[in-house]
Design a binder for this molecule. Structure first.
Ligand code: CS2
Ligand code: MG
Length: 402
């Protein structure tokens, strides 16, 4: 079997997505997500200009060899654009292999390790009173884990707090919008939110919180400590992780579990964090960490060091990524949680899929391959719209992490 066509499709059904579709001489197709929020066209060009010409004529069965060819062969290793492009190829090849074998991809990865994939939803609101209502809605719909974000009194807009109903979208304008941040107000307010949430919902509901890289290690240590009474499942991205050693300091001070990794793109970004057991959950995902093949490598390393998976799953990761993530989640021994933000109806129509949500779990597709496709005709009706993530500043105007 040979690859005879490779199409890079950019579409915007409520938000931008980049998808790679591979076609073989026997008519089998495979899809891979290549979406990098706010930098979509960079990946599309990397694929179209540099990867696609080298794929034509290759044997689609050689997944690992193709991965090594694209990673080592490029000379320029790692980086979000490169690794997202490699991920798309890898994911599409797993899709083809599953279809050829007549098996869902999770069977090729070793079969089920559990009955369903536990997901967490996103509750967010300006005030604590409102967020309690939002959380109750998730509990009613069967969710067993909820991430909680609120506005901060005295801070005009907080990244991570949705303002457009159930379909949160942080990439809001072509040129980045700007928000203002106060660490002091944030650190004082968030423990009061979780105190009320825990009182209201009791010990059974798993609670999570995302800091979006906005603290220093000692500030994060203080936050972790002040949240200990409310028994969070994880505190996410407390500090930026370019300096992996920063996490040692947090670890010395708090038993609040730590999750990090949605911006990581290779095992090299997290190997020290994992080996030294400085984190509890690794949030790398299929689309930004080199595809199913490389993600498995990261999760295998994590399994040796008591670290569980907690893959990123915001709506800027397409249904193709989510479908692939579920095959990984169901088949690894050290699964922790899967993030799940529902896509909009328009997105779901462009990417028909057969994974399903029931009772707090997502269930991967039983169809051969990934169980997701791209409707190219419909996709063509939604042209690309430039959209960027916001820039965050401190009150004095200094550019800060989100
Ligand atoms: C967030 C995302 O889902 C998360 O945990 O951090 O909103 C993230 O900021 C976006 O996916 C960025 O594209
Ligand atoms: Mg996050």
């Amino acid at each position: 079997m040979r690859i005879v066509d490779a199409r890079v499709v950019v579409t915007c059904p409520d938000r931008n997505f980049v998808t790679l579709k591979l076609v073989t001489d026997e008519g089998v197709t495979g899809v891979g997500d290549a979406t990098l929020n706010g930098r979509e066209l960079a990946v599309a060009s990397y694929l179209t200009d540099h990867v696609v010409p080298a794929l034509i004529g290759r044997d689609p069965a050689r997944i690992e060899d193709t991965w090594q060819y694209l990673y080592k062969g490029a000379y320029w290793r790692r980086g979000p654009v490169t690794m997202t492009a490699i991920a798309a190829v890898d994911t599409a090849l797993w899709d083809i292999k599953g279809k050829v074998a007549g098996l869902p991809v999770y069977q090729l990865l070793g079969g089920r390790c559990r009955d369903g994939v536990t997901v967490y939803g996103h509750a967010s609101a300006d005030t604590t009173d409102e967020v309690l209502v939002d959380i109750a809605g998730y509990v009613e719909r069967g969710y067993r884990a909820v991430r909680v974000q609120t506005g901060i009194p005295g801070v005009a807009a907080t990244y991570g707090v949705g303002r457009r109903g159930p379909h949160y979208e942080p990439a809001d304008s072509a040129i980045p919008s700007e928000t203002v941040w106060s660490t002091e107000r944030y650190l004082a307010h968030i423990p009061t939110v979780f105190s009320r949430v825990r009182d209201e919902f009791g010990p059974g509901l798993r609670l999570l919180h995302d800091v979006h890289h906005r603290l220093t290690p000692i500030e994060a240590a203080r936050l972790g400590k002040s949240l200990e009474p409310y028994a969070l499942t994880w505190l996410e991205d407390p500090v930026p992780a370019e300096l992996q050693e920063g996490y040692r300091l947090i670890r010395q001070h708090t038993t609040t579990p730590i999750a990090v990794g949605e911006v990581f793109n290779s095992i090299w970004d997290c190997q020290a964090l994992i080996r030294e057991q400085l984190i509890d959950y690794i949030r790398t995902t299929v689309v930004h960490a080199g595809g199913i093949s490389h993600l498995r490598r990261i999760f295998d390393l994590a399994a040796l060091h008591h670290v569980r998976s907690g893959s990123h799953g915001a709506t800027d990761l397409s249904p193709v990524c989510l479908a692939a993530a579920l095959h990984v989640d169901i088949s690894i021994p050290n699964f922790g949680l899967q993030e799940y933000m529902r896509h909009t109806e328009a997105t779901d129509e462009v990417f028909p899929h057969t994974y399903r949500f029931a009772d707090g779990y997502l269930h991967p597709s039983e169809a051969p391959g990934l169980g997701v496709d791209l409707d190219e005709e419909l996709a063509a009706k939604y042209p690309y719209r430039p959209a960027s993530l916001p820039v965050n500043r401190l009150e004095d105007g200094t550019v800060h992490s989100w």
